[in-house]
Design a protein around this ligand. Structure first.
Ligand SMILES: *Cc1c(COP(=O)(O)O)cnc(C)c1O
Length: 393
């Protein structure tokens, strides 16, 4: 019997990791903020790298490390580093590469949070960004300055699903000693492995397809040794750490990403073809359609499909979009993407809210535009829901 006092037993009983000759089939969640050392000299051995050991979970934890190993394997890279959100990953990626006085050339159609980082936050540290049309290579080259360090692009853009020509952009970047950063969130590692096309860094909001179940916020950077070393130091200091529990959920999501992406892509292609021939739909943006101006670039940049994201314009502008969105029954209005359920969002009221209608209409984000994150349900049920909603127009 444990003779210690109640308070002592409460603190210490049941706190040792059980010994087992068998292994758990799935790695456990190491919900520990810190690790214990068996003797004093072990501290020196661990800090000097003579003995491998975890110290403190802001620096490293087995759960996030396993996730990093998995994503590095999916994209065939040297390694990866996971963070508590996609924005945490993006912020670290920039801070690891630039200093005051440096310059970034970024695509003008950026995820909203990234735009705010580049447009509003980084200038406070003396880092400025030029936003240009990455479909126009001359414009990209013309924006490069002597102090430019990074070209920043998204594999598939939001909300018009434009595909970036990563191989060509990598050549442009490297001939000028710049880094090419690619936000690969919309593509997922199944469709695109940017490092294999010459990019220096692949970034994911793991909140999206990597996790895939709309129940985690996480991010990850996939890169080469030199960069990862710097990013690890920056991340440890700034601290946007991923929790062991969330890392475990993303890793579980990854187990089915092959199957999920296959179905997301097949469903999206079929829904895009259905919408394209619908009389109330004026335009469909999906790189897998023969009619898409991005089909050729997509064919040399993406493998295994064209993604689960599409957008389309309905007749009647805002009223038309409202009628369709409010009439959908199974498909919910959700301002995010990449979960197993089909969802819609309205770019004009969410990601592009700050831009006046007249201005965003010029580049194709009018009020009749609806974005769809196509889920993995049976395609006939998805089509039927859009069919009955479009019939209300
Ligand atoms: C969601 C998203 C982000 C930001 O990721 P969070 O996990 O929300 O911080 C960045 N880029 C793209 C393309 C995204 O869709």
């Amino acid at each position: 019997m444990d003779q210690r006092s109640f308070a002592t037993r409460a603190v210490h009983a049941g706190s040792k990791v059980p010994q087992s000759s068998t292994q758990p089939k799935v790695p456990p969640i190491y919900a520990a903020s810190v690790f214990s050392f068996s003797h004093l000299d072990l501290i020196d051995e661990v800090y000097q790298g003579e003995s491998s050991g975890y110290v403190y979970s802001r620096i490293a934890n087995p759960g996030p490390n396993l996730l990093e190993e998995a994503v590095a394997s999916l994209e065939q890279s040297d390694g990866a580093i996971a963070y508590g959100s996609g924005m945490g990953a993006i912020a670290v990626s920039i801070l690891a590469e630039v200093k005051s006085g440096d310059h970034i050339v970024a695509t003008q159609v950026l995820y909203g949070g990234t735009y705010s980082l580049f447009h509003t936050e980084l200038p406070k540290f003396g880092v400025n960004t030029s936003f240009v049309d990455f479909n126009n290579l001359d414009a990209v080259v013309a924006a490069i300055q002597p102090n430019t360090k990074i070209l920043y692009v998204e594999t598939i853009s939001n909300p018009l699903m434009e595909v970036a020509d990563l191989a060509t952009l990598a050549e442009v970047a490297h001939s000028r000693d710049l880094k090419l950063y690619v936000d690969n969130t919309f593509a997922s590692p199944l469709l695109c492995q940017p490092l294999q096309l010459g990019a220096d860094l692949s970034i994911h909001s793991a909140t999206k397809y990597l996790n895939g179940h709309s129940d985690v916020t996480a991010g990850i950077l996939v890169g080469r040794h030199d960069f990862l070393k710097r990013a690890a130091a920056v991340g440890t200091t700034y601290g946007p750490t991923l929790s062991p529990f969330d890392a475990w959920l993303v890793l579980r999501g990854i187990r089915t990403i092959g199957l999920r992406m296959e179905r997301h892509c097949a469903n999206a292609l079929e829904l895009a073809r259905y919408l394209e021939q619908h009389p109330k739909v004026t335009l469909v943006h999906y790189p897998g359609l023969e009619s898409s101006p991005f089909k050729a670039i997509a064919d040399r940049t993406l493998t295994g499909g064209y993604g689960g994201m599409l957008s389309f314009e309905v007749v009647g502008g805002l009223d038309g979009a409202r009628t369709v969105i409010d009439s959908l029954k199974m498909v919910e209005l959700v301002p995010s993407l990449a979960g197993v359920a089909t969802t819609v969002s309205h770019p004009g009221k969410t990601s592009h809210r700050a831009i006046p209608l007249a201005e965003r209409e010029k580049f194709g984000v009018g009020d009749g535009l609806i974005r769809v994150s196509v889920g993995i349900e049976a395609i006939d049920d998805i089509k039927a829901d859009f069919e009955q909603a479009l019939a209300k127009l």
